[in-house]
Write a protein that binds this ligand. Structure first.
Ligand SMILES: Nc1nc2c(ncn2[C@@H]2O[C@H](COP(=O)(O)OP(=O)(O)OP(=O)(O)O)[C@@H](O)[C@H]2O)c(=O)[nH]1
Length: 379
């Protein structure tokens, strides 16, 4: 619009004054108070009907005798900038909603170990409001011990500049171990700041389940002893270690005598109880480092690491003379003394695998049975 079309016209010609509130308020103030106003105005342009945002500076014009005679103003159209700012605000709001509702601990840390960001879940775990964490050193927020523990994995991310996944452990307030699966990635926040962004999820329940499955896979359900699978896996490793370092190793094979008769006479559940009690008794005769397993129905085996034949013989005899007397029939007060046949061997230089050792132990057990049972046969 040419200047001459503007001069002499009032605001109502250009702006929709009914809805341009701030413009009216500002102008009123300037004309009444001899002042300067610097503010944002949202004005409706009459010709286009558009809402336009201005950054406006307005000042009263005063005559020599102090009367306000008008006003002078400079307005800059900041509509686009304002729209962009609003867009960024909206996006930040959305990002906040996502980061604070996702079931993960999310945090950002710089190379100097300051927290640059934490989501609500992380702040809650640290027991502090977000604003008391951001900008603070990790040790000041979570204590030196825990901070140093986490820093070990954080450091790897900064050193390799690559995304990494860690299994991390921390203690909760009650001292219980919590397991976390943490993905940590490097991120260039700005020209001067290299940070890491971490996402950690609490996998304690999953970890416990995994451990329980592992235990079940290695354990005999009836007696709670190691099962055959675990026994042979462990034995092979123990054998390799013994061979490598020239160490002794004993193996004891145990079988209950005439166990079939117990089942036949008193029933399977009574037989089960006998198996459980005998397992407990054998455990009492061996050392902490010996491995006892139920390798068959009524067969047990023991690995005795770093034991000479003499030492293993003492253990086998201890197992053999243990009183395994059980009440089989409560009504008739019938007790039965269960006996064991035992085969004992120790590792020889020429043994190439644990299987060779175990076959010899089984043969020794067979000899013990053959010679009348209830004895230890040493091969
Ligand atoms: N109660 C019970 N019995 C079992 C279990 N596993 C195997 N048995 C029994 O153990 C018995 C083993 O019998 P045999 O192999 O003939 O051996 P035995 O009667 O002990 O005779 P010898 O070994 O020659 O002295 C069988 O009756 C099986 O049913 C179990 O988990 N529970």
């Amino acid at each position: 619009m040419p200047t001459e079309d503007i001069i002499g016209k009032d605001d109502s010609h250009f702006f929709d004054l009914d809805i341009s509130e701030q413009l009216k308020i500002n102008d009123q103030k300037i004309l009444n108070e001899n002042t300067l106003i610097s503010s944002e105005e949202e004005n409706f342009i009459k010709s286009t009907g558009e809402l336009t945002t201005f950054h406006t500076v307005k000042k009263s014009l005063v005559s020599d005798d102090g009367k306000i005679v008008g006003m002078c103003g400079i307005s800059t159209d900041i509509t686009k900038q304002k729209k962009l700012e609003n867009l960024v605000k909206e996006q930040n709001k959305l990002l906040d909603a996502v980061l604070n509702n996702v079931d993960a601990y999310i945090y950002m840390k710089d190379e100097q170990r300051h927290f640059r960001y934490v989501n609500d879940k992380t702040a809650k775990m640290f027991g502090k409001p977000v604003e008391k964490i951001i900008g603070k050193l990790d040790a000041d927020v979570i204590g030196h011990e825990l901070a140093d523990h986490f820093w070990k994995s954080d450091k790897q991310v900064f050193e390799t500049n690559e995304k990494q996944v860690f299994e991390e452990i921390a203690h909760d307030d009650d001292g219980k171990i919590q397991h976390y699966l943490s993905t940590k990635m490097p991120y260039q926040l700005d020209e001067n700041s290299q940070v890491l962004i971490g996402f950690s999820t609490d996998v304690t329940e999953l970890y416990q389940l995994k451990e329980e499955f592992k235990k079940q896979a290695n354990t005999d359900a009836l007696t709670g002893l190691y099962n055959r699978r675990y026994f042979f896996n462990h034995a092979e490793k123990e054998f390799s270690r013994a061979k490598r370092h020239g160490l002794n190793m004993g193996v004891i094979s145990i079988d209950i005598d005439f166990f079939k008769n117990i089942n036949d006479k008193y029933g399977h559940p009574v037989g089960d109880k006998v198996l459980i009690e005998i397992s407990k008794n054998i455990l009492l005769s061996i050392r902490q480092e010996d491995i006892l397993a139920r390798v068959g129905g009524e067969e047990f085996a023991v690995i005795l690491p770093e034991s000479t034949l003499e030492e293993a013989k003492k253990v086998a005899q201890r197992i053999s003379i243990t009183e395994n007397t059980f009440l089989m029939n409560a009504q008739n007060k019938e007790y039965v003394d269960i006996k064991l046949s035992i085969g004992l061997v120790s590792k020889r230089i020429e043994d190439e695998s644990f299987d060779e050792l175990f076959i010899r132990a089984d043969n020794a057990l067979y000899q013990a049975k053959k010679q009348g049972r209830n004895r230890v046969y040493i091969a």
